[in-house]
Design a protein around this ligand. Structure first.
Ligand code: ADP
Ligand code: MG
Ligand code: MG
Length: 250
């Protein structure tokens, strides 16, 4: 599904990604961990096409197509979804209108007719349940005045609505209380299918205990320096990253 080869990216003069190699197959969930400032958010931003970052070498193929040549909208239409570490507020645009536009743009790209009002509202209801999102929020501007937990639930709700093929969750768990974390993580699990894949960026083993990734990578200084099974998260929780840095000779 996703094949990243020797990906380098910079912001301004600063090289941040220094040769990322990563292959994700259909149905797989990969976790990316790593100290702050390692380049985790940069990697997700580069994949969805944030223009702030310049790719200087390497490639990223999504279902065999060159992702790096597509504009951000087409990447989304092709089935890529990024849940932000800091969800943005969109004053003046109601959740309902925002979602209707997003869904219908995607349908148009797929050559489908727009959803009629009744089917759209039914879909909204169905998907809200997955993350126990309050129906009142639908009439409010996107994320405006939402609590931290509501913003994060809203990210997963949007993911549920758009049914991406590859979802990237960038620290969706940060700032959540234990109950909200469980709701969000279980929401992600409900959306998993044998054809969809997920990249979960997190600092917390407790999220991974629920989401149960197939593989865990450690990103450090712009490179993936370690790849292992789920047990790696427990070890990092216990021992931090110093032992991994020591293995690298630091
Ligand atoms: P992580 O998500 O792993 O914490 P980031 O990808 O956010 O790491 O950041 C990686 C590095 O890139 C850090 O050194 C950070 O300061 C730098 N960086 C990220 N975004 C910007 C930016 N907009 N301008 C300048 N430097 C940035
Ligand atoms: Mg960070
Ligand atoms: Mg980050």
């Amino acid at each position: 599904m996703l094949e990243i080869k020797d990906l380098h990216a910079k912001i301004g003069d600063k090289e941040i990604l220094k040769g990322i190699n990563l292959t994700i197959n259909e149905g797989e969930t990969h976790a990316i961990m790593g100290p702050n400032g390692s380049g985790k958010s940069t990697l997700s931003a580069v994949l969805v096409g944030n223009p702030l970052y310049e790719v200087t070498a390497g490639e990223a193929l999504f279902h065999g197509k060159n992702l790096l040549e597509m504009n951000p909208e087409d990447r989304a239409h092709e089935g890529l979804f990024l849940s932000f570490q800091y969800p943005v507020e969109i004053p003046g645009v109601s959740m309902t209108n925002f979602m209707r536009a997003a869904i219908n743009e995607k349908r148009k790209y797929e050559g489908k007719e727009p959803l009629n009002a009744a089917d759209f509202l039914k879909l909204m209801r169905e998907k809200r349940k997955i993350v126990e999102l309050d129906s009142k929020l639908s009439n409010r501007s996107v994320n405006e005045g939402f609590s931290g937990g509501e913003k994060k639930r809203n990210e997963i709700f949007q993911m549920a609505m758009l049914e991406p093929k590859l979802a990237i969750l960038d620290e969706t768990d940060s700032g959540l209380d234990v109950d909200a974390l469980r709701t969000v993580a279980e929401g992600v699990n409900k959306l998993k299918t044998p054809e969809t894949s997920c990249i979960v960026i997190t600092h917390y083993e407790r999220l991974l205990e629920i989401i149960k990734p197939d593989v865990i990578h450690v990103l450090y200084k712009g490179r993936i320096v370690k790849t292992a099974g789920p047990e790696l998260a427990k070890e990092i929780e216990k021992r931090g990253y110093d032992w991994i840095k020591a293995e690298l000779g630091e």
